[in-house]
Ligand binder design. Structure first.
Ligand SMILES: [Ca+2]
Length: 412
């Protein structure tokens, strides 16, 4: 009923504005009737704004998040773009409009002109380890992909001697549009190190390649600067070590991480944020700075020790996010929000970052709570659409494998 009234008022305004335009061409009557119209339009405009405020609060542009209604997602268009997938993990976009994404069992797949191509771009021989979390993880296309055709992935590979390597590798697109393996850029392993691989691969705004690695189930190694596990690593795209890395000659950018799986840079400031799985509860959102120690396993949650960084935000002692993908939205409705997916949390989390104070989280909001189950892959498309993948058949969730979905979310 309220909606009908609002529409009626809008119609009246539209009619009255048309009348005013018409009257501008009718000299003589104009002055008196214009005055009357102004009063009517003013009154009706106030009425329509009061309707909008109460009935369409989700349409307030959320620049700082403070006035955002929980109904935000009701105004979003959520389109199922692909289904029957196997744990989509990393997503990236080529300049020619293709959507590249990984499936954890080892396939890199393409959505072209809205259709999933049946033939994978490349199938990598990866190892599903004894822990269900192994396989093919993140994917990043080179910023100059159109020219050099390079793509980068992280994955686990079991060697003939039984050792499981956690790898960052470069791939290349051939003229026929399929991918081939190029080279391993970095790899590491630990005895029985078959869990907590990290796996996020992304290019930063500095043109460098970043890779997150977990502790491989060996917490103490995160504090060891001679080992690549439990770190955020930074490389030149050719695999060499940047001259301005914080530890000379080392790809380590930050350390003391348990299992970070998402990285995102804040537009304009170019500050780096990450999310990582905590030991039990106390999942973390960190503001990452070069050379800093993020504490694992010495400190968790609000604990502090000198020379170690506490998280910008953590999930507390009673909540688990199990955070996977992360982005900071660059355009549209959710611009400047940090979004991250929750596996166990089954939620798309929206952290409102301070635009001026580095590492300050103003608020945390929860979207799509329990709507699609466990959520993992997350990326922002070139047009500002948000790509989101489920992970309900990943060996931890309750579904059979092969039923994952990929959604595209856009706002009016
Ligand atoms: Ca920490």
């Amino acid at each position: 009923m309220y909606g009908v009234l609002c529409n009626f008022v809008r119609e009246l305004i539209s009619w009255d504005v048309k009348s005013v335009h018409k009257m501008k061409n009718e000299r003589g009557l104009c002055q008196k009737r214009s005055w009357l119209s102004t009063v009517i339009v003013g009154f009706l405009t106030l009425t329509i704004f009061s309707c909008s405020e109460s009935n369409h609060r989700e349409k307030i542009v959320p620049r700082d998040g403070s006035n955002l209604s929980l109904n935000l997602m009701e105004s979003a268009s959520i389109e199922l773009i692909s289904e029957d997938l196997f744990v989509p993990w990393g997503i990236d976009f080529s300049p020619d409009g293709r959507v590249f994404f990984t499936e954890r069992p080892g396939r890199i797949r393409i959505i072209q002109n809205g259709h999933l191509l049946s033939k994978p771009w490349l199938t990598l021989r990866v190892s599903q380890t004894s822990d269900p979390s192994g396989g093919l993880f993140g994917l990043a296309l080179h910023p100059l992909f159109a020219e050099n055709h390079f793509a980068y992935v992280a994955y686990t590979q079991k060697l003939p001697n039984g050792k499981v390597m956690n790898r960052l590798a470069r791939l290349r697109e051939q003229p026929d549009g399929t991918g081939i393996f190029d080279s391993v850029l970095l790899e590491h392993s630990l005895p029985n190190g078959e869990s907590h691989y990290g796996g996020c691969v992304k290019f930063g705004p500095d043109g460098k390649l970043y890779w997150t690695t977990g502790d491989l189930g060996h917490p103490d190694v995160s504090q060891d600067l001679s080992h690549l596990a439990g770190k955020i690593l930074r490389l030149n795209p050719d695999g060499t070590i940047p001259d301005d890395n914080p530890f000379p000659g080392s790809p380590i950018y930050s350390y003391g991480h348990r299992n970070p799986q998402g990285l995102a840079w804040q537009p304009r400031t170019e500050h780096l944020y990450s999310i990582e799985h905590g030991p039990a509860y106390r999942d973390e959102l960190n503001y990452i700075q070069a050379g800093e120690n993020y504490g694992w396993p010495e400190i968790v949650g609000d604990n502090s020790l000198s020379e170690m960084r506490t998280p910008a935000l953590h999930s507390g002692d009673n909540e688990t996010w199990a955070p996977a993908g992360a982005i900071i939205v660059t355009q549209g409705y959710l611009r400047d929000s940090m979004l991250f997916t929750g596996l166990k949390g089954m939620t798309l989390y929206r952290a409102i970052l301070s635009p001026t104070v580095p590492g300050k989280v103003i608020d945390l909001k929860r979207l799509l709570v329990n709507k699609y189950g466990r959520l993992r892959a997350l990326a922002e498309g070139p047009d500002g659409s948000i790509y989101l993948g489920t992970s309900n058949g990943d060996g931890i969730g309750s579904e059979e494998p092969g039923r994952e979905k990929l959604f595209r979310i856009s706002f009016p």
